[in-house]
Every structure is written in C-alpha cells, then in structure tokens.
Design a protein around this ligand. Structure first.
Ligand code: NAI
Length: 282
C-alpha cells in the first residue's frame, strides 16, 4: 500500500508516522523544502521518543524510516493507492488540493481529508469522483490517540467508507466511529460547547481556573481539565471550530466568550505560543 499525505505539520507528520510504523509506504508532501525537512525531523524525533519510552524497538524504528519519504514536489505521490490531506484549515487551499489529487490519482481507492470544520461535500464537489472523497479525522497526538472519525458526505460511496475502515482499523490499528458531514462531527460537537462553558465560568469569576480544572479531573476522572485542554488544542483552533459550529447550528452554546476572542487577538494561543490560560514559557 502506498499513501500520499499532503501537509506535514502537527497532524500530517503524526499520520505519516503511524502509516510508516504500520508498514505503509508513505510520502509526505510539504509546501517547500524547508518545511519538508522540518516535517521529516519531527517524525524522526517522535520515532526516537517512541524507542526511548519502549513503545518501539530499534528495528521497528529503522523499518518505519524505510517506509517514509518527504518531498515538496506534489507529483511525487503519483501512483499512490490513497491520499490523506492535512494542510492548514483553509477551505480554498483544501479545495485546490483535492482537485489536484483527483487529477493526479485517477485510480486511488480514497481521497481523505483530516479537516476539523470544512464540509466534506465541498471538497468532493470540486472533483470528478466525489464518491471516493471522505473525512478521516484523526486526533492529536496521532500516534497515541486511537480514534478516527469517518465522515461521509451525501456523495461518499459505501465501498469507499469500508475501504477506509479496513485501512484505519486493519492496517493502522485505529478504531473508527462514523459521523455524518456536520460541523464538529461527533467529538468536537460535544467537546467544544463544554470547553466554551468552562471559559465562561472562569470569565464570570464563578471559580478559579485551577479549581475548574481540578474539579473535572478529580470529579469526573478526565485526564485533564477543560482550560488546560483548551490550551493544548490551541485557542485559535478552538475559536475557529466554535465559529463553524455556530454557523451550522446557531446554538448559543457554541458562541465564543469575549475572553476567548481577546486572548486570540492578544496572541495568547495556549501551549503552542507559550501562554494561554496557563504559562508554558518556563
Ligand atoms: P499545521 O499548521 O501544524 O500543519 C499544516 C501544514 O500544512 C503545515 O506544515 C504547512 O506547511 C502545510 N501546508 C500548507 N500549504 C500546503 C500546501 N499547499 N501543500 C502542502 N502542505 C502545505 O496544522 P495541523 O494542526 O496539522 O492541522 C492540519 C489539519 O488537521 C487541519 O485541517 C486541522 O483542522 C486538522 N486537525 C487538526 C487537529 C489538531 O489538534 N491540531 C486535530 C484534528 C484535525
């Protein structure tokens, strides 16, 4: 099996790593040579971490690296059996990528997107074969979290879904749930209103951030509280997903609190920027 992964950032590099560790020949396409090298370095670091923690042996690490290629030339994925797109969350860019994939890979079994908020139908609609387009929504960190949401548009063919389920579960060892093509899919449609209500609770002075987080960890056995989880996801990402949920459902629970807007405007994006609800700079 040969798979092309378009976009080798946080998610694309994780997806590529999981493919390579499962014996799939994977080629990551990045926007330029520098980013391609950065993506390769991230995957190599992650594989080395897996060896240090005893989750992978050195032979497995060497085998994974043999299955991995990284490039900035889109045409290098010609002949792949499938493609998974994980470029930045920009609808027009994703539509362009799907059009190019459709032309370059006429025989591919499926063209999947890891998008969190772009309707799958919009990506399929620009291709000649919308029946083989679907969402394959992985979770961060991809090598650790087992879930993949399979998102079918009204045009996705049942054979496509079954081929992807077989690939995700049988080849990659993931576990799938099915979702219709609705904003947020299953997990974010439930999670995002919860995170927003925790931010509203903190904003109104109802409780301290530490107590909100401790409450959910100690009282509900969540591995981390909602404000720390918001920092991990990235407050800009949280804001973007809340906006797409609100656009689709008009549910007040998905309206971003003013504090979230101000924090994103201030560049306080959470862990990735060094500060969000908590300080990560040290
Ligand atoms: P990221 O910003 O880390 O990675 C995106 C990558 O796309 C960058 O490395 C960028 O150089 C590359 N890129 C941009 N234009 C390109 C082009 N024309 N060709 C090839 N590569 C190009 O973003 P991240 O977090 O990996 O997100 C990627 C996708 O995954 C988005 O659609 C996002 O919504 C989705 N997603 C993100 C999750 C998260 O927790 N961050 C979870 C699940 C899905």
């Amino acid at each position: 099996m040969r798979v092309g992964v378009i976009g080798g950032g946080l998610m694309g590099s994780g997806i590529a790593e999981v493919c390579a560790r499962s014996g799939v020949d994977v080629t990551v396409v990045e926007a330029d040579d520098e980013r391609a090298e950065r993506s390769r370095a991230a995957i190599e670091r992650s594989l080395a971490r897996a060896v240090r923690s005893g989750k992978l042996d050195e032979a497995g690490q060497a085998a994974a690296l043999e299955h991995l290629a990284v490039t900035s030339t889109f045409e290098d994925i010609a002949g792949s059996d499938a493609a998974i797109e994980a470029v930045v969350e920009d609808e027009q860019l994703k539509r362009d990528v799907f059009k190019r994939l459709d032309d370059l890979l006429p025989d591919a079994k499926f063209l999947a997107s890891n998008t969190s908020s772009v309707p799958i139908m919009k990506l399929g609609a620009g291709t000649k074969h919308p029946g083989r387009v679907l969402g394959m929504h992985f979770f961060n960190p991809v090598p650790v979290l087992p879930l993949v949401e399979l998102v079918t548009s009204i045009m996705t063919e049942p054979e496509t879904v079954e081929a992807v389920r077989e690939f995700a579960e049988g080849t990659l060892g993931k576990q799938c749930i099915d979702s219709q093509d609705r904003a947020g899919f299953v997990v974010n449609a439930l999670l995002i209103p919860y995170l927003l209500s925790a931010i509203r609770m903190y904003e109104s002075g109802f409780a301290s951030k530490e107590d909100i987080d401790h409450g959910m960890v100690l009282g509900c056995a969540h591995p981390m509280g909602p404000l720390r989880l918001s920092d991990l996801i990235g407050l800009d990402t949280l804001l973007a997903v809340s906006e797409s949920l609100y656009d689709e459902f008009r549910d007040p629970a998905s309206v971003a609190p003013a504090l979230l807007n101000r924090m994103v405007e201030a560049g306080l994006l959470g862990r990735k920027s060094g500060r969000g609800f908590y300080d990560y700079s040290k």
